[in-house]
Design a protein around this ligand. Structure first.
Ligand SMILES: O=C(CO)[C@H](O)[C@H](O)COP(=O)(O)O
Length: 161
């Protein structure tokens, strides 16, 4: 059987607990919820793992990183939003990099993702801060050569690991 690419789901909506089983049944490998969307992040993370997926927790720009620290031991990845969630094409928030740096210092093995405004002009700041997973929308889809951009983004992260 051909191997399938990993399937990753970011759920920014309210009531993220309602979608866990459906996403697992649909074949998602990882389920990321936003810390602002639940009062019970640890229980949600456990439910996601029990459903056979990796658990991720995201934090919006206006939320202090301290909000996710109690949950880190229960998740596989922390997503630091570098724009307000909602749509692509927004400007990268460099002032979010201290959140990434703090996480990397405290959790050397943790997967740390950044999402929003990440492209060739901003990837080095993310990589240097300690991000090892990135989401890049506009910079890739609007590029003349998307493959080359993806490759350069990847190289920047790998170089900093
Ligand atoms: O939906 C998003 C944020 O909610 C996009 O994933 C994110 O903004 C990436 O797009 P871009 O690289 O264009 O910023």
């Amino acid at each position: 059987m051909e191997s399938q690419p990993p399937s990753k789901t970011d759920v920014a909506q309210r009531c993220p607990v309602e979608w866990v089983e459906a996403m697992a049944e649909a074949g998602a490998d990882q389920y990321t919820f936003h810390i602002e969307a639940t009062d019970e992040p640890k229980a949600l993370a456990r439910k996601i793992r029990e459903a056979g997926m990796k658990a991720g927790v995201g934090v919006k720009p206006d939320t202090p990183i301290e909000a996710v620290l109690p949950v880190v031991e229960e998740v596989d990845m922390v997503l630091v939003m570098t724009v307000e969630p909602g749509f692509g094409g927004q400007a990268f928030r460099a002032d979010m990099m201290p959140k990434v740096e703090l996480l990397r210092r405290r959790f050397p093995e943790l997967d740390i993702e950044v999402d929003g405004g990440v492209g060739l002009a901003t990837i080095d700041a993310c990589a240097k801060a300690g991000a090892n997973m990135i989401v890049s929308g506009s910079a890739v889809v609007q590029a003349d050569d998307p493959r080359a951009v993806i490759s350069q983004l990847r190289q920047s992260v790998v170089k900093a690991l």
